[in-house]
Design a protein around this ligand. Structure first.
Ligand SMILES: [Zn+2]
Length: 288
């Protein structure tokens, strides 16, 4: 799927329905819906009975590794009630009890991507709330972060096959923790993004959408499980490509992740599926 359909940061209000509240949709309280639970650095990872247990385990290992150099960020997330819910392949975003009420974004929503805004009427205007969210997202960041079993297991049915979208989503949570506990680093990340935009780096790629997506896309390249990005033949797919292309981004990523470039259990680490089959494209930005 094009990068434009990657996920977005969740409005806190949408994810803050109390865990014990009964909601329409599946009609179950979150407490009863989630029958499986794992622990990741103090952050609960939950799933319904339909989710393969291995998907929860991989999510927990990925989180542990992402937080290994900065356990203080994990503590902040745990203290602030962050949880991770894994969806089964047969479940959708609005099947999660806390998200059953979600409505589609309106035309002025700042979370819309460049191409969504341009084609709002065809892409979003014609859909119901449920259709929109179920088509849009197989993973969302935020106080209730969601992930998809097929993504964590690297199954061919994953709409993001070739990249591990869970790494992208959880990195948004890490940035939220950085914002709260490390203002110096937070400022360096903002400055790095401003420099990148000013110098034309990541032009029209998803990473250029906002500082949040810049951080999340950079994180995926850092851990070698992102899809290829190409700019007039210049290709970024590995962590060393990233460090050469945007050394400033690599520098702030290193502050959080150290020298780790592989996450335990990451299904697309160094996968050939990160690049499309056939001749490598000169450019990868979505044309819309
Ligand atoms: Zn994102």
């Amino acid at each position: 799927m094009p990068k434009a359909l990657k996920t977005i940061i969740v409005a806190v209000a949408a994810a803050s329905i109390a865990a014990c509240q009964t909601v329409p949709g599946n009609g179950l309280s979150a407490e009863r819906f989630y029958s499986q639970r794992a622990d990741a650095s103090g952050i609960p990872v939950v799933g319904s009975a339909k989710v393969p247990a291995q998907a929860l385990e991989i999510a927990a290992r990925v989180i542990d590794d992402m937080l290994s150099r900065r356990p203080d960020l994990g503590r902040w997330l745990a203290l602030n009630g962050y949880r991770v819910a894994i969806m089964a392949e047969s479940e959708s975003t609005t099947d999660l009890p806390e998200q059953a009420h979600w409505t589609r974004p309106d035309r002025s929503d700042p979370r819309l991507t460049r191409c969504e805004r341009k084609h709002y009427d065809e892409r979003i205007g014609a859909m119901t709330d449920r259709q929109y969210w179920n088509a849009r997202a197989r993973g969302m960041a935020g106080p209730l972060t969601s992930g998809a079993a097929e993504d964590l297991l690297g199954l061919p049915s994953s709409r993001y096959y070739g990249e591990t979208i869970f790494v992208h989503e959880f990195s948004h949570d890490i940035l939220a923790a950085i914002r709260a506990v490390d203002p110096g680093l937070s400022k360096r990340i903002d400055e790095s993004y401003a420099r990148a935009v000013a110098s034309g780096l990541w032009k029209n790629e998803y990473a250029s959408t906002s500082v949040d997506e810049y951080w999340a896309e950079g994180t995926q390249f850092w851990f070698n499980s992102n899809k290829l990005a190409a700019f007039d033949g210049r290709r970024i797919v590995n962590d060393d490509d990233l460090a050469l292309y945007d050394p400033s981004l690599a520098s702030v990523l290193r502050e959080v992740y150290g020298d780790r470039h592989r996450l335990a259990g990451d299904p697309f680490w160094m996968s050939p599926a990160r690049a499309p089959p056939g001749p490598l494209p000169l450019n990868t930005a979505e044309v819309c």
